[in-house]
Structure formats: C-alpha cells, structure tokens
Design a protein around this ligand. Sequence first.
Ligand code: NAG
Ligand code: NAG
Length: 494
Amino acid sequence: MMLRYTGGVLFVVLLLSSSVVHSRLILDDLIRLPFDHSSVVDRVFGRGNDIDDHSVGTRWAVLIAGSNGYWNYRHQSDVCHAYQVLKKGGLKDENIIVFMYDDIAYDIENPRPGVVINSPYGHDVYAGVPKDYTGEDVTVNNFLAAVLGNKTAITGGSGKVVDSGPNDHIFIFYTDHGGPGVLGMPTYPNLYADELIDTLKKKHACGTYKSLVFYVEACESGSIFEGLLPEGLDIYATTASNSVESSWGTYCPDQDPTVPLEYDTCLGDLYSVSWIEDSERHNLLTESLKQQYELVKTRTATSPFYGSHVMQFGDTELKQDLLYLYMGTNPANENFTYVDDNSLHPSSSKSVNQRDADLIHFWNKFRNAPEGSPRKFQAQKQFTEVMSHRVHLDDSIKLVGKLLFGIEKGLYVLQTVRPTGQPLVDDWNCLKTMVRTFEKHCGSLSQYGMKHMRSIANICNAGITADQMAEASAQACPNFPSGPWSSVHRGFSA
Ligand SMILES: *[C@@H]1O[C@H](CO)[C@@H](O)[C@H](O)[C@H]1NC(C)=O
Ligand SMILES: *[C@@H]1O[C@H](CO)[C@@H](O)[C@H](O)[C@H]1NC(C)=O
C-alpha cells in the first residue's frame, strides 16, 4: 500500500514536470525561429553542440532487454550501456523508459556485486539506470502501451510512457533472444511481430512523432520487419541479423582473452556493442544513421565463421538523419568528428551464437567449480537439463512434421523459407494457436525453441488445422517432459 502511494506521488511529479517542459519547448521554438538557419548549419558542420536545441523536438527512448538469468547477462548490460550513452547525449530521464528484469547486478554469480559491465575493460553501466519496468512488469503489454503512450493500459512499473508530440523523435532499442516472427520476453507471452507492427502503425496514426528509429538485436530479427513494416510510417529499423540466421553474443569467456577470468558469461552482443561503442565515441552531430548502419554492418559480419547480416527496413531515406536527432551527443565528444572507419577498432573478441551462450555459461561454471562441490553438481545438472530439453524439442518438432506431412516431405516442409520480402506467416493467430498446441503436449519452447518458429509457421502456411496439430503433437510427445526447462509454469509463450 505504501509503495503504491509513493508510486502515485512520483507519477504526479512526472506529469507536472513533463507539462512544464512542453510549455518551455513551445516558447523556445517561437524564440528560435529566426535562428533556424544557423542551427541547421551547426548541425551539419558540428559547430554547435546545444543539447537543448528544441527545434528537433523532444527525444524519447525506449530500451528493453527481453531476457533474465545470469547466463543472459549481456542483454541487460547492453541496455544499461545504451542508457548511459543517451543520458550523456543529453536525453532526460523522464524521456528514457527502461525495461529490464534487473536480476543481474545482484545475482549471486556476479563477481562484482552492484556493478554491470558491457565490455572487458568497461566501466560500470548500471549506476543511475532508471528502473521503470523490472521483474514481472517487463511484459509485452507494458512495452506496447509505453510505446503507444497509453498510461491507462500500463500495469505496475513507474508508469512512464512515450508521451510524445508531433515534432518528437523516438528511438527504440530491443535486445534479447528471438526467433522467426518473435522476440523473447522475460515473462510470457513473447512479443510477436504482428503485434509490434500493429502498435507502430497505431502510433503513426496518432501523429505523435516526427520519426522513429528502431534497433533490434535478436536471432532471426530480420523476420520481425520483413514483409511487415510498410514504408510511409516514418520509421527506420535495423536488425542484427536477417530472417534466417542467429545473432551473436560477444566478449565471452574463453573466446576473448581480455574478459576478466571471474566472468563466466558473455558481456555484450555483437550488433549492440557495435552501435553503442560507436555512439559513445563520436560527436553525433557529425554522424548519420547511414554511417552507423554501415559501420555496424561491417563489424557484425567481419568473420567468415561467425557474425550476421545487419539489415535495414522501413523508410530508408531517414538514414540521412544525424544520430544527434535521436541520441543527442555527449559534449565531451565535441572534437571527435566521425570519419568513415574511425571506430572499427579491430577486436580480438570472437563471438558466440546467441543460442549457445547459456551453454558457455553452464560449461564454464562446471569447469571452474571445485571437484565434488555442490556448485559443480548444480552446474552439471543445469547443463544436462538444457541439453536434453534441446534434444527433446528438436526431435519433437521433426516428428510432428513427419506425422503431418509424411516421412519424406516432413523436414522439407518444416525448413522451407519463403522468398525474400514475404512475411513469415499469413495468419498470425494460427501461428500462436499452433505454438500453444505444441507447448501443451511437448513442453515450453523456451528460449532455445524459438528457433522452431519457422517450422510452426510453415505448418500454418500449409493449411494444417488446430485439431490435426493437436493430434500430431500428442503422438509426438506421449509424455509431458519434466524439469525447469520444459515446464509451462510460466504459461504459454504465445
Ligand atoms: C489504452 O488502453 C486502454 C486499456 O487497455 C484501452 O481501453 C484504450 O482504448 C487504449 N487507448 C488507446 C488510445 O489506444
Ligand atoms: C575542442 O577543441 C576546441 C579547440 O581546440 C577547444 O576549445 C575545446 O575545448 C575542445 N572541446 C572539448 C570538449 O575538449
């Protein structure tokens, strides 16, 4: 009760302060009109560094880490680091909305309690990060409501939403596991591409932004926008990977000699640290979205053995915009003008497939634990459970395919990839129904099982009915699996 009351007061204070800011903006705009020309010149040539240049409207940001668990350290650390860059860029806390489970900094496994780093020699990025939506409040519902600016639809959390106006610029950054057509969340259900795109269309219809930039790190993240995000919404999106490949964790133990020995989890993600480290270093009045896209694309795909194809979607003419419009710029970087390639510092760090990063953690935990200790036993148990649930999921989905389409054709249908530019599935409700049906019989898809979303989508695309799917799933999984990785105690993922 006490907590609720305090939350209410905070809420009122936020409301008050945001209306004060708005009236000041209007005033400033009027006064500044005659100087528009000089502010453009300043922006182009990087001479001015006026963070309070309101001619660009208010900058809003939504940052979201879709995972929890210490083995997923890197997603929350990406988000915290992104916050620090935006904060230094001049965005105000009232305009930055952070979604993170917040179980990393004080996890018993964290060698530096209360500290989160996003690179081997990085500084703490945790201090000061607003805890708008944490724990069980990190939900699809709250995320979409926050983007839309719909306060009444929010449950729990700080109540902060993107309360934007027509001249404002919005930046959204999502990082986590994903799969074809879906982005993971630390709570169920997951975020499906159709709901995300619908929300963006609604936001556009409200006329409450000038332009919106969306950066997404997740496996198969291209599938979130491919064939789904129309042009004309004033949205420019880039994704860590195309629709058919994994994205990559980086600064991982074993892979990278510079990661401090006490860390047995990856510290960042390749696409995420690429843009964050670039933005952190430069005068963003001198760098365009396009330049950052090219640079991130190169760094994310440098090795023939790992890495992914960074993609762009939506209104690509927006990429002429300067990063400053969305991220502000750190006055301390005033003299660090962006020139092509000047932040591609070659890194010795190899990268790890998102889907194997948890294995790396459990494996390192196992290897480093003293012989015969409870810790060693626990790590071994975790490793075995993860592995066996993976095998179970892979086998079950294959068997479902064979039962539905025959031994010969089964795998072929499941693995079909639609031509470039087509969405993953036509009927999203079918996809969600099929996911629930599969999970009812075979256990949770879990983080790893999101990779099978394409197979399930193809089952819909082939016109299979829910009854046929239920029958095949029941046959493929006569026993409901046990163990934390297979349980549906969190509910269905769709
Ligand atoms: C905001 O959310 C509430 C509750 O979900 C809903 O009834 C209302 O229509 C939403 N408003 C807008 C503008 O979307
Ligand atoms: C950038 O360079 C100018 C000219 O040398 C100098 O006056 C200014 O202090 C520098 N800015 C910063 C943030 O170091």
